[in-house]
Design a protein around this ligand. Structure first.
Ligand SMILES: *Cc1c(COP(=O)(O)O)cnc(C)c1O
Length: 281
């Protein structure tokens, strides 16, 4: 018996059963339509469509394959081990986003995942250095977003927001220091923006006045000004943002439409696509 030459396609796990596949297709379609509608109803009509990150934590790889078959490429995970295992058995053109709390002892494993596209939750100089040092040379730069604790809740990670009314000389805030550190000292990282989770109270308000989203935008504006003053807009080989602009990752299942109308560039939707998750014991 002749053995056929191996194809270059990696072994990819199959999708879920037909019923589940259909269910995922429909919920993805619904979320995408709502994103489109929120975008066209917002003031920034000529802006690119916000990016949808499908948050797949606790969900089986088969579910991710189901969404992949429906054209979804960006997925978000909260746990390093879970992400590493899923990345191994799912297609290499998936763009993984890490959105969990990062412990610096896990930074090495994370940085070595070839298709880890973005780490959205950077909040310490130590983790930044570990990630940059351990991002292999043969892989593309790792995009990072800095996590901002816009609600000030102790339960949320992230650094304090920046305030436009504060005099420039007092903006030695941690967030600014971390951003400068990434740009100056982390050659394997690419700072692309800011991320927030926000409080449940704010996300359940259905008017447009989400304070967390407003604080993230203000922080972005202040930080962009500080970085332009410090490094320029990336002309002299200094890389940050895209053309001197930082992206905003804000909005989850309960509030992504409000977030898009407030100017979000990246929304992270879990239950809205995959259904409810088991609560962690
Ligand atoms: C779990 C999670 C999400 C998705 O939340 P849903 O409410 O299920 O959409 C988004 N962002 C972060 C940081 C998360 O941990």
């Amino acid at each position: 018996m002749t053995i056929l030459a191996q194809t270059t396609t990696p072994t990819i796990i199959p999708g879920p059963n037909k019923e589940r596949e259909t269910e995922l297709q429909l919920s993805l379609k619904d979320v995408r339509q709502r994103i489109l509608r929120s975008q066209t109803s917002s003031t920034g009509k000529n802006q690119p469509l916000p990016q949808l990150v499908a948050v797949s934590k606790y969900k089986p790889a088969e579910d991710i394959a189901g969404c992949y078959n429906a054209g979804q490429r960006d997925f978000g995970e909260n746990y390093v081990q879970e992400l590493a295992e899923k990345a191994k058995k799912l297609p290499p053109d998936i763009r993984w986003h890490f959105i969990g709390t990062l412990q610096s002892n896990k930074a090495k494993i994370l940085a070595a995942i070839p298709n880890l596209y973005c780490l959205q939750t950077l909040s310490s100089i130590r983790c930044a250095t570990m990630l940059s040092t351990n991002r292999p040379e043969e892989l593309p730069l790792l995009n990072v977003m800095l996590q901002v604790n816009t609600s000030g809740e102790d339960s949320k990670s992230g650094l304090s927001p920046l305030v436009a009314s504060a005099p420039p000389a007092t903006q030695h805030a941690e967030l600014h220091k971390l951003a400068s550190h990434v740009v100056s000292n982390c050659p394997r990282l690419n700072l692309i923006g800011l991320m927030t989770i926000g409080s449940i109270a704010e996300s359940s308000k259905d008017d447009e006045g989400n304070d967390d989203f407003e604080r993230l935008k203000e922080t972005r504006d202040v930080l962009e000004r500080l970085l332009v003053a410090e490094f320029g807009r990336g002309e002299e080989g200094v890389q940050w943002g895209s053309g001197g602009k930082l992206l905003l990752s804000m909005g989850m299942s309960s509030d992504f439409e409000v977030a898009i109308r407030a100017g979000s560039d990246i929304v992270r939707v879990g239950t809205g696509i995959f259904g409810s998750r088991p609560t962690k014991a």
